[in-house]
Design a protein. Structure first.
Length: 399
């Protein structure tokens, strides 16, 4: 079951909301509804689900509705239509007391502005949410200290916010949210106010934290690079509506419409594509079954100058070249192990293409793509790398 689920969620600001809802039903765009009714469509029929442990990024330009949507998720504003469920529980049906309980136990929020109390220590700021809940002082300080250490601020607990940099203050905000141990972490433009270098550091910090925390995170941003870097999946918004939901690779390689295509056209694909996207099926021989003659015949038939050698479980053992196989045949060498070379470059399936650039031009044989177990998945040839950088994003694996 999804941790967070939105169903046909809409928010219209203004009067006579029902009239605007009918106009949405008729397919009237946001601008026309504003002219006709004076109402503003904040969110238009948004539907999505967020799985446990997922970083789900909601992104779009200013005015796209992303911040309105996150406020609907924690019911800081009421929806005009549709529903939002947290762990299967419909928020709209909750009274004020039950809603406060869900916010305290299920939801944590990290804002763009740090919202720290300048007169309180970092420890006291991190413990504030627990203080509001009435948690005993020793317990809340213990949990706040643990969260501060988690974000790398264990040595700064007794400092005041004014003594910390912007990035460190944002870490305090993150620690404050984590101290409550929420099921879902909502991050609304959390890094937007930071300088570019500090922003990247915070992105790295979040990625590192997520590898151990496995929190369900809904992250709001207007920055496509940030969305592609952080998101397991991305919901791209325009004029209050979600125009596409997908993994970074799906959005980059298969844009749903012209708007998305225009949005992603300037993205550096080398930062997004991985070895698994550009590898091709390799020709192989079995180290126990085949000798130099079989290797040479396979290379001749396929028009290649080297061939990979695997075992019966398809674990990579190395490679042999046509020259070595030819010499071995002349010398009547029958064991492929005698001419096996093992200096082949290996990468994992999720290695970014950017890291592959410097390798591909310096190796006489293709790069092997292998799993942690050593099992061979594919090979990368120079032509596939170049094809993957084409503007249309299509990869010719036969290059």
């Amino acid at each position: 079951m999804a941790v967070v689920e939105a169903k046909n969620l809409s928010k219209i600001f203004g009067k006579n909301i029902s009239q605007s809802i009918k106009l949405l039903d008729q397919g009237m765009p946001k601008e026309e509804i504003l002219k006709k009714t004076g109402n503003t469509v904040g969110v238009n029929r948004a539907s999505f689900s967020v799985e446990e442990g997922e970083i789900f990024v909601i992104m779009g330009l200013s005015g796209s509705g992303k911040s309105t949507l996150v406020r609907l998720i924690n019911r800081l504003i009421e929806p005009s239509e549709g529903s939002i469920l947290i762990d299967g529980k419909e928020l709209a049906t909750l009274d004020k007391k039950a809603l406060r309980q869900v916010r305290r136990e299920k939801l944590g929020m990290v804002f763009q502005q740090f919202a720290l109390f300048p007169h309180r220590t970092i420890l006291q700021n991190a413990a504030f949410g627990l203080e509001v809940q009435g948690v005993d002082k020793s317990e809340r300080e213990k949990r706040a200290e643990e969260s501060l250490r988690l974000v790398g601020l264990g040595d700064y607990m007794h400092q005041k916010p004014g003594q910390l940099s912007g990035g460190m203050q944002q870490r305090v905000g993150l620690a404050r949210a984590l101290a409550n141990d929420p099921k879902v972490l909502l991050m609304d433009e959390a890094f937007s106010a930071l300088d570019p270098l500090i922003r990247k550091e915070m992105q790295d910090e979040l990625i590192d934290l997520q590898s151990s925390m496995k929190k369900t995170i809904i992250f709001i941003t207007h920055d496509l690079d940030e969305a592609l870097r952080l998101g397991d999946r991305i919901a791209l918004m325009k004029d209050g509506a979600i125009v596409q939901i997908g993994t970074p690779e799906e959005i980059l390689m298969n844009p749903a419409n012209d708007y998305v295509e225009k949005f992603v056209e300037d993205v550096d694909r080398s930062k997004i594509l991985t070895a698994s996207h550009i590898m091709k099926r390799p020709e192989t021989i079995d180290i126990e079954k085949h000798g130099p003659r079989a290797a040479l015949e396979r290379m001749r038939r396929e028009g290649i100058s080297s061939i990979l050698v695997v075992d019966e479980s398809r674990r990579l053992q190395g490679y042999v070249t046509a020259d070595d196989a030819s010499d071995a045949r002349k010398k009547e060498v029958s064991d492929i192990k005698e001419i096996l070379q093992t200096d082949i470059l290996r990468v994992s399936p999720d290695t970014p293409m950017q890291e592959i650039f410097s390798m591909i031009y310096d190796t006489p044989v293709p790069i092997a793509v292998v799993e942690d177990s050593g099992r061979l998945n594919g090979i990368i040839v120079r032509g596939a790398v170049l094809a993957a950088l084409a503007n249309d994003g299509e990869v010719n694996l036969d290059a």
